[in-house]
Design a protein around this ligand. Sequence first.
Ligand code: UD1
Ligand code: MG
Length: 436
Amino acid sequence: MANNLQILILAAGKGTRMNSDTPKVLHKVAGSSMIDHVIQKAKVLNPSKITIMINKSLLVLKKQYPNIQLLIQEPQLGTGHAVQIFRKKNRSKNINLLVLYGDNPLIDIDDLKKIKSQLKINDVVIMGFHTQHNSSYGIIIEKNNQVEEIVEFKEASLQQRKITTCNSGIIALSSKALQLVSQIKNNNTKKEFYLTDIVKLAKKYNHKIKVVTAKEEKTALGVNDMNELGMAEKIMQDQYRKKAMKGGVRLVAPETVFLSKDSVFGKNVIIEPYVIIGSKVKIGSDVVIRSFSHLEKCIIKNKVIIGPYARIRPGTVLEDNTKVGNFVEIKNSKINKNSKINHLSYIGDTNMGQNVNIGAGTITCNYDGVKKSKTNIKNGSFVGSNSSLVAPVTLGSNSIIGAGSVITKNVEDNTLALTRSEQKKVKLSMRKKRTK
Ligand code: UD1
Ligand code: MG
């Protein structure tokens, strides 16, 4: 039955409870938007097609996911209305549909696989979960082990609210059950078309209904406000930390290290307390990241030491055996083997050769207020402390820059360059005595 499985991700809701100008599903958890988490998990099920129901503010997704169909729901009259729109667009097709919610980033792939396989022998498969703390979820009402209906929390009686089996929102419908969405009405307190009403309809038509219980309560968390977003971050970080440690990464104080969905680690990686690994960071083997360092969109090769207090920004590649010390910022630069930038420096838009030593306080002046320019530092160069390299500029191989220089012209290979005014000597006897 579930051979032609399509997935519909609902994301058109206004997300009013977020109190934010950013559309709800674009808020990030562990470095990726909530909708991205859902999309990546949906793909694992190998559906024939993925569709996202959006409002106009999410048209930006088109660029990021060119192979995913976007349907606009305007106005948003409820989750049932969203599926009605999907069905109208796909009326003639024989589709088994898995509906996911864009605000449900923690869903578990194994649970989804279970739902997919249950759809082969049922018409409606609901993912339920158990919670003692329901204040918003739909409640799954069962009688004699048969699902009767889902009642939204707001509309549930006090007696019904005592039931601890709740609706995660994830639901799968056979092509037969999908046809029933057109019968969903909006006669409820919110005057919305609730997708959950499909359960009552399916029961009326004697369709087979099954509840699959989520492995863990936390995977069902729907994010509706900033508190729940914070909770989702906490849960997901915990999952990523555990995964990293299982893979051999030493997190000295795991609860203080923040990772991303796509963080990649080699062997023998040590991460000291209070480190943030943003998205798209690839770390090789034998790497130490000292406390209070922040990395994003960068590649760290092997035997590299970073920090404490280092900032590695997008487009940076640190080759083998490089060292980046305290209060150093590197952006869009390649640092080749054995080079060291140990203290208090800014290196931007730079191609640095091998065996280069950058002295404390060196700044690449890459921006003239209008455009960014490149700095080239060739193999074996030595830059004295407190130097400014005004880009575009090239330091030849094995060149030396005298401390405190402002370098505005290219420096040839094997040459010392320095710009420094002469030191004066003034006898103290020439000076008036200080009164105090
Ligand atoms: C929904 C379920 C509830 C379940 C909970 C789980 C319904 C009626 N209720 O409630 O039983 O326990 O999720 O988290 O389905 N959306 C649209 N179009 C709309 C309205 C919503 O695409 O017109 C999208 C939202 O963007 C969101 C998802 O559907 O991603 C769920 O909507 P939301 O308003 O968060 O529903 P809940 O009140 O959480
Ligand atoms: Mg929700």
